[in-house]
Design a protein around this ligand. Structure first.
Ligand code: ADP
Ligand code: MG
Length: 231
């Protein structure tokens, strides 16, 4: 499995009590598999991605990425594992305003210490793969919301991850643009053998996924939430 969470429990302090954000969560996603997690706001979806991204360490349970158990890793090893194997599209992604689409991507390779010339070639190919070949020199304010989201996705793929984690990619988009982004995620997942986890509160976005899960109060179960069958 590219990504495996086993019996993951995550709690947050909540006044004099504790809030269970993830309650014995199990999730395994293999190469080329597109998993969608639906659930209402506050159900634990972003917490799930934070744990899968190794940004947050669970109270108990295990997280393995690209076949490696992340529990015993030192911080520097964890950072390297994340950088090399995990692509993250955050809910509020942050594209620096002064950078062109091309530079948004090449800066990722720069941070990973990769060759700038090869990075430029890879960035161009990725922008083409997300149908943005003509926008290489545009800055974020010159793009639509859907185009910015495509840049975010391309940026997350810059270091060739096995695992792609995507938080509410369609929440700021209209129906048509939202559908295009999900179709794109599906295509990238297959073409690149990614293990993709997309979380969303939008039930209409589940149709493209290979597997659908529901999150309710921190508990993950297989199948679409009641009232929202995938089309
Ligand atoms: P979702 O992404 O589905 O909206 P979250 O994972 O963001 O859900 O949150 C799940 C629960 O954990 C919510 O009750 C939220 O208030 C709480 N929570 C999230 N992050 C924190 C945090 N850093 N500290 C305390 N509570 C948090
Ligand atoms: Mg969230």
């Amino acid at each position: 499995m590219s990504l495996a969470l086993t019996d993951v429990v995550l709690t947050y302090p909540d006044g004099d009590r504790t809030l269970t954000a993830l309650d014995r969560v199990n999730l395994a996603v293999g190469p080329g598999e597109f998993a969608a997690v639906a659930g209402p706001s506050g159900s634990g979806k972003s917490s799930l991605l934070a744990v899968a991204a190794t940004l947050v360490t669970p109270g108990s349970g295990t997280v393995s990425v690209a076949g490696r158990d992340t529990a015993g890793l030192r911080p520097a090893e964890r950072t390297r594992l994340r950088r090399d194997h995990i692509g993250i599209v955050f809910q509020q992604p942050n594209l620096p305003a002064s950078l062109t689409a091309l530079d948004q991507l090449t800066v990722m390779a720069h941070m990973a210490g990769r060759s700038p010339r090869r990075a430029a070639g890879r960035a161009r190919a990725l922008l083409a793969a997300v149908d943005l070949a003509g926008l290489e020199h545009k800055r974020p304010h010159q793009m639509s919301g859907g185009e910015r989201q495509r840049v975010n996705i391309a940026r997350a793929l810059m270091n060739g991850p096995e695992v792609l984690l995507v938080d509410e990619p369609t929440s700021a988009l209209d129906h048509v643009r939202g559908e295009q982004v999900v179709t794109l995620l599906d295509r990238l997942t297959r073409d690149r053998g990614l293990a993709t986890v997309m979380v969303t509160h939008d039930l209409a976005r589940l149709a493209a996924a290979d597997r659908v899960y529901s999150m309710t109060d921190g508990r993950l179960s297989e199948g679409a939430p009641a009232g929202g069958q995938p089309r």
